[in-house]
Design a protein around this ligand. Structure first.
Ligand SMILES: *Cc1c(COP(=O)(O)O)cnc(C)c1O
Length: 429
């Protein structure tokens, strides 16, 4: 009890000297320019873009912002580090084509993604394929394409050897390692402890021996610890530990290590209080790693693979307000878009606590924030919520709601068939 009273005293003391702490806010979405009250996408005012697309809802990805993001990243990282695009973040073919001109390689996670990656004209040598449960047919396609397979199981060795034999082509492989550490404070952990991804580090020497016996063309290692991390020190630690683990495992390698994928996991700010990742310490750490690799693994190209970080901030989701309803004093903007197109903005794609994505009324960008309102979709479920009690500009039927940070894990990660509304349109502008 006395402790509790002390806290209260402290609070009162604080209040008398310092102003009440402001609630956390969204990072400014200043990657998009505004002109004459309209958000610009690829230089085009939003209402004009909506007219061009022909109907709402739609996703729009800004080509210029995608290029800028890659350029900024390259400027912050040592030139020796290769950048791969993990296309599961956004597999839209026109976008992947654009990304293929900007990055050094593409990471795919299925034969379906492999087709899109090959269709871009990307060099198959720079395409890699990861994922648990690769089927024999997919492994055959991978060997025929000449891409690198990240082996995640002892089971994959025999079908890869059979494909290599049948096609008379090398089966290029790297080993995906399930590390003996986790990526701290990552939104989604994908390494460390028991996992369906990769092969446990302690079993890797045995796997490498089998790869050697089966005559597969061993090229290196792949480590991926997790996703959506906004703490540079956690990413630095994971990359350092991944490098050190790869050095230990390289002693058991059946051939020279030519490829070392240290993962990624770079996050983007989605929620109030989150800030953009500081790349400086990550660049410095990678420079040290590149330096050490020059003597320890002289043939190895260092790769990082990023999905969300490359494409997330360049995309918006646009839905039109159909109705404005007031229910017992609370205002709802009912739109033609919802969780069936944008599951993650509704808070139902792996989030524990629902928080708002940054949002705006894209054709009223100069208007002052109005009363708190909630943006909902047309689905018959209370989960269909795109913004919960946000102070957007006052809006009504016909206005365009914009959800920012929507370039990654959008349509392909949403249950589009749910309730039978039309599929969403995607454009690269
Ligand atoms: C999902 C995934 C990525 C991409 O993660 P992002 O958070 O989008 O950067 C990269 N590599 C692997 C192996 C993945 O499974």
């Amino acid at each position: 009890m006395s402790g509790r009273h002390k806290d209260m005293d402290d609070d009162q003391a604080m209040e008398s000297t310092t102003p009440r702490k402001a609630p956390p806010v969204h990072a400014p979405m200043d990657q998009f320019r505004v002109d004459n009250g309209e958000l610009l996408v690829g230089g085009i005012p939003l209402t004009r873009l909506a007219a061009r697309v022909g109907r709402t809802p739609f996703y729009a990805y800004d080509r210029g912002l995608l290029a800028t993001r890659v350029a900024e990243l390259r400027a912050a990282l040592p030139p020796e580090v290769k950048l791969h695009y993990a296309m599961k973040a956004n597999p839209m073919p026109a976008l992947v084509c654009h990304m293929a001109t900007l990055v050094d390689g593409i990471d795919v996670a299925s034969a379906g993604e492999l087709k899109v990656a090959l269709d871009t004209g990307a060099d198959p040598h720079e395409i890699s394929f990861a994922g648990p449960g690769k089927q024999d047919g997919e492994l055959m396609q991978a060997v025929a394409a000449g891409i690198l397979v990240n082996v995640e199981s002892f089971r994959e060795i025999a079908p890869l050897a059979a494909a290599s034999e049948a096609l008379g082509l090398p089966a290029r492989v790297a080993v995906r390692v399930n590390p003996d550490f986790e990526l701290k404070s990552s939104g989604m952990k994908m390494g460390g402890g028991p996992k369906q991804f990769g092969v446990d580090a302690e079993q890797v020497p045995e796997l490498l021996a089998e790869i050697g016996r089966a005559g597969l063309a061993f090229e290196g290692f792949h480590l991926f610890a997790g996703s959506q991390n906004l703490r540079p020190e956690a990413i630095v630690e994971a990359q350092r530990k991944s490098f050190e683990l790869a050095l230990r495992l390289a002693e058991h390698a059946p051939a020279t290590v030519k490829f070392l994928n240290l993962g990624g996991g770079f996050g983007i700010p989605y929620f109030p209080g989150e800030q953009r990742l500081d790349l400086t310490p990550i660049g410095a750490n990678l420079a040290t790693i590149v330096d050490e690799a020059r003597t320890a693994l002289p043939q190895a190209g260092i790769v990082i693979e990023l999905g969300r970080y490359l494409v997330g901030e360049a995309g918006i989701y646009v839905a039109r307000v159909i109705d404005r309803k007031v229910s017992r004093g609370h205002t709802y903007l009912v739109t033609d878009g919802g969780l069936h197109h944008h599951l993650s903005a509704s808070g139902n794609f792996g989030q524990v606590i629902r928080k708002n994505y940054p949002a705006a009324i894209g054709n009223r960008m100069d208007a002052a924030p109005g009363e708190a309102c909630s943006v909902v979709g047309p689905l018959c479920t209370p989960l269909d919520l795109l913004a919960d009690r946000m102070n957007l500009a006052d809006a009504g039927p016909g206005d365009l709601v914009v959800i920012y940070q929507s370039g990654a894990y959008g349509p392909s990660a949403s249950p589009q068939a749910f309730l039978g509304h039309p599929a969403v349109i995607e454009v690269v502008v």
